[in-house]
Design a protein around this ligand. Structure first.
Ligand code: PMV
Length: 360
């Protein structure tokens, strides 16, 4: 599919008002997206586990205006109260998607949104938030065009979510999602994410992710700024090439259930992401001392326990602790005995692989 396939030619139904709610999860990348081209096209392919517990619920109410407005008309409520500082991000999203959703200026929207995870937990809500909004808008488009099939619906929802926040395109479905063209993945695309289409060993079923909230402060560096710093980065080309190669390796790991190899790829990807930040100009460090304490504890525990616990990081100080379901009790004991002490106010979130967004 090309982006032209997402430009509707006409609508068959007239809808005056309505309301739709979606709950959409966050996701955690195993192969990281870091660096993009124009129009939110990723510089390398990425792959993620869709999460289950960490999610955004968004209700979109829509009312047709008497005349098409000259600008987007919407109100935004976050956890029940108006939230003016979120509005510019939504306006940007509307601008980027207007070509593909030509009805946007014909309605007044009320967007009510809330997160399952604590406010300012340092967990990015852009993936869950943008995918939830994209799905609500797609539901309105499906009402305007009731013959739309589910395949197209999901692809376009992912395509639109990508225009809001790149990683959001991987939150539409579960349980493993791939975004970005890759030679070994049939039907992979830079425009939207697809469900990982190959064999996955049962060891990855219900894979656990305990998110340790090391630093709940807001990010010092936005991910858009970080992506842009990859443009003149001295190691950019090697990094993009490495992501392609890691994806090839991961395919075999998923098939065989080789957890030792899985750990090598996932931890190396996390550290490479942060290495890119530390070697850009300007350079920055998002890890905190407790991030490193946790990483060292995980390495020591893994060596002594022979479990397969490992970590990954996103663009922040929090640590995602990943482990298979059959090691849940032992690893959970370790987390509560040894790692929770490094979390801000002892806070952490127990999550696991999930099945994607749901209409409520
Ligand atoms: O979706 P963005 O633009 O916020 O970028 C997110 C990038 C990482 O979370 C660091 C990696 C990833 O692939 O999710």
């Amino acid at each position: 599919m090309t982006d032209k396939d997402f430009v509707p030619s006409s609508y068959t139904t007239d809808i005056t008002e309505g309301k739709v709610t979606y709950k959409s999860p966050s996701n955690i990348a195993l192969i990281k997206y870091w660096g993009k081209k124009e129009h939110q096209i990723p510089a390398n392919p990425s792959i993620s586990f869709t999460l289950d517990t960490c999610a955004t619920t968004t209700t979109l109410s829509y009312k047709k205006l008497k005349n098409k407005a000259s600008d987007f008309s919407f109100d935004l409520l976050f956890e029940g109260s108006p939230k003016e500082d979120f509005k510019p991000k939504i306006s940007t999203f509307f601008k980027r998607t207007e070509l593909y959703l030509p009805f946007l200026k014909a309605y007044h929207f009320t967007i009510e949104t809330s997160n399952s995870f604590p406010h300012s937990s340092g967990i990015a809500s852009s993936a869950s938030g943008m995918s939830a909004l994209a799905l609500c808008l797609m539901e309105l488009e499906r009402e305007l065009n009731p013959h739309m099939d589910t395949y197209f619906f999901k692809r376009k929802a992912s395509f639109l979510a990508r225009l809001g926040s790149g990683s959001a395109c991987r939150s539409i479905e579960g349980d493993i999602m791939q975004w970005g063209l890759h030679k070994d993945t049939l039907k992979s695309s830079d425009l939207y994410a697809i469900r990982y289409p190959y064999k996955v060993h049962p060891i990855f079923k219900n894979y656990q992710d305990t998110i340790l909230l090391v630093d709940k402060g807001s990010k010092q560096v936005s991910s858009s700024l970080g992506h842009n710093l990859m443009h003149d980065h001295p190691f950019a080309e090697q990094r993009f090439d490495q992501a392609h190669k890691n994806l090839t390796k991961l395919k075999r790991v998923f098939e065989e259930g080789n957890l030792s190899e899985f750990i090598k790829i996932v931890e190396s990807e996390a550290l490479t992401l942060h290495a890119m930040m530390m070697t850009s100009m300007p350079y920055f460090i998002l890890m905190k001392p407790n991030t490193l304490e946790i990483i060292n504890k995980i390495w020591a525990f893994r060596a002594s326990s022979k479990t397969h616990v490992c970590f990954t990081l996103d663009a922040g100080a929090n640590v995602h602790v990943l482990y298979p379901e059959n090691e849940k009790e032992e690893v959970y004991q370790f987390i509560s005995n040894e790692l929770v002490a490094y979390c801000e106010n002892g806070q952490y979130i127990c999550d696991q692989i999930g099945n994607g967004a749901k209409k409520l």
